[in-house]
Design a protein around this ligand. Structure first.
Ligand code: NAD
Length: 486
């Protein structure tokens, strides 16, 4: 039997499909089967120069620069509409390349469309103000696009994380160069095709593939890039910030998390258990805002743990394309090694394994990068598994006796992205929301977000917010105009 041919992709620059100038390629994988899915161009600084040049030309072209902003909004809306029409195709490709269950991939594509719908409506509402000043003067502000913006994207939500920052950048009139994560470039490349069909002018949206340092690093340092939006790890965030500082470019950094979920004794334990499980095992735990640190009031630890272990054991692992799969593989073998290394470390540090802690060896799972849903009990605050982002299906469990202790433990982290609270006491819910140091708080639910609600982290988790009305301010500059009237 002849092996199926592996397709080769190209990058999207200036409205055309191009190879990397060096001609180099690299393979990307189907993580559920460990097989090569496609060959992808390996871009570098020369490709970055070409893409930024084309984005700069498109930015300066009156066809985009002076387009009726309502029409710009309509182009974005058309992108959203077409994405919804092709939701199934995009979701299948996301599942193949990332491994996530198809239902979750469909949710991601719908979320990507929602980002474009939300910001499509904002394109003709980016307006300045008039300011009362002394004397016979008329003073007003104008909000202008920045120019070329770069978008460096992670592999856990390959399309949705790209859409989240690209939609406001385009709505504000910027032009874009995007770099998907090396593991998962396929949906963003397909999206480029869709943007062209929807009427984005050539050069307004470019996609470069390749390594983090070679492409992302070169984009961050490029003198003509006016903003770098990175969703990624803290380490990469620091490097990107250094690179961007060399040309005083703005940064929008959405980074990692080590997020507490606090369950009080008065909560509905069935609902809390379900929420905790979804909060850590969705997307195989590869989520910046995964509720990875359970803090449970000592009095209900035992009944909650029973429910959690039962739920984790019942979770069906498999290819994301199979209808009954609840958890797919990790994105890559290297990621699975990292996760299993942390679990071993946690056990050495004194944690107790309640369930999981290994890769399955069953038929259909052996070849992929699967790892069982894992719960580590008796975790102390000073253990590395309680302090470092594992970024996989691993929940740590720590108990507390009363509210102040819960707050201390929840905030005892370098990160500050998300925090969850489970309680039936309304006053305590609001008090906790005020006391927890995180950019996003959810009460009595697993982590939720919408395009209209701000998403951003405190402390090491980032330096700004995406989504919501205010997100657009990152993507515009403000000009003040003072007119002396005789
Ligand atoms: P990563 O930092 O390794 O990579 C993110 C992107 O940056 C990729 O495109 C990568 O190629 C690129 N990159 C790597 N090194 C670079 C460099 N030196 N200069 C410029 N670009 C570089 O992160 P990842 O492993 O893809 O994603 C996981 C991380 O992303 C986790 O820490 C997770 O918490 C975080 N994340 C945060 C959010 C959020 O909204 N806060 C959302 C999703 C993921």
């Amino acid at each position: 039997m002849q092996a199926e041919a592996v397709p080769s992709y190209k990058m999207f620059v200036g409205g055309a499909w191009v190879d990397s100038h060096s001609g180099r390629n690299y393979p990307v994988f189907d993580p559920a089967a460990g097989r090569v899915l496609a060959h992808i161009p390996k871009g570098d600084a020369e490709d970055v120069n070409a893409a930024v040049d084309s984005a700069k030309k498109a930015f300066e072209d009156p066809a985009w620069r002076h387009i009726d902003p309502s029409k710009r909004g309509r182009v974005l809306y058309k992108i959203a509409l077409t994405l919804r029409e092709k939701l199934g195709e995009f979701a299948k490709l996301e599942t193949l390349n990332n491994g996530k269950p198809l239902g979750q991939a469909k949710g991601d594509v719908a979320q990507s469309a929602r980002h474009f719908e939300y910001f499509a409506g904002m394109a003709d509402k980016i307006q300045g103000s008039t300011i009362p000043v002394p004397g016979n003067r008329f003073d007003y502000t104008v909000k202008e696009p920045l120019g070329v913006t770069a978008h460096v994207v992670p592999w856990n939500y390959p399309l949705a994380m790209a859409a989240r920052s690209i939609a406001p950048a385009l709505a504000a009139g910027n032009t874009v160069v995007a770099k998907p994560a090396s593991f998962t470039p396929l949906t963003l490349l397909k999206f480029a095709e869709l943007c062209k069909e929807a009427g984005l002018p050539d050069g307004a949206f470019n996609v470069l593939t390749g390594g983090g340092e070679e492409v992302g690093g070169a984009l961050a340092k490029h003198r003509d890039v006016k903003l770098v939006a990175l969703t990624g790890s803290v380490e990469t965030g620091v490097q990107v910030a250094h690179g961007a500082a060399s040309s005083l470019a703005r940064t929008v950094l959405e980074l990692g998390g080590k997020n507490p979920v606090v369950v009080f004794a008065d909560s509905d334990l069935d609902k809390a258990a379900e929420g905790v499980l979804n909060g850590i095992f969705t997307n195989a735990g590869q989520m910046c805002w995964a509720g990875s640190r359970l803090l449970v009031e000592a009095g209900v630890k035992e009944p909650l743990m029973e429910r959690l272990v039962r739920g984790a054991v019942a979770m069906k692992l498999g290819s994301g394309l199979l209808p009954d799969t609840k958890m797919g593989p990790l994105v890559a073998g290297s990621q699975r090694e990292k996760v299993s290394g942390y679990v071993e470390l946690g056990l050495k540090e004194g944690a107790k394994l309640s369930t999981g802690g290994s890769a399955p060896d069953d038929d259909g799972l052996r070849e992929g990068y699967f790892y069982r849903p894992t719960i580590l009990d008796n975790v102390e605050q000073d253990m590395r598994v309680a302090r470092e982002e594992i970024f996989g299906p691993v929940l740590t469990v720590t108990s507390f006796e009363e509210e102040d202790e819960a707050v201390l433990k929840a905030n005892d982290t370098d990160f500050g992205l998300w925090a969850g609270v489970w309680t039936r006491d309304l006053s305590r819910a609001h008090r906790m929301a005020e006391r927890l140091e995180a950019g996003i708080i959810t009460v009595n639910e697993e982590p939720v977000t919408f395009p209209q609600t701000p998403f951003g982290g405190f402390k090491w988790s980032g330096n700004s917010s995406e989504q919501g009305l205010d997100a657009i301010s990152s993507y515009v500059r403000v000009k003040n105009v003072s007119v002396k009237l005789d």
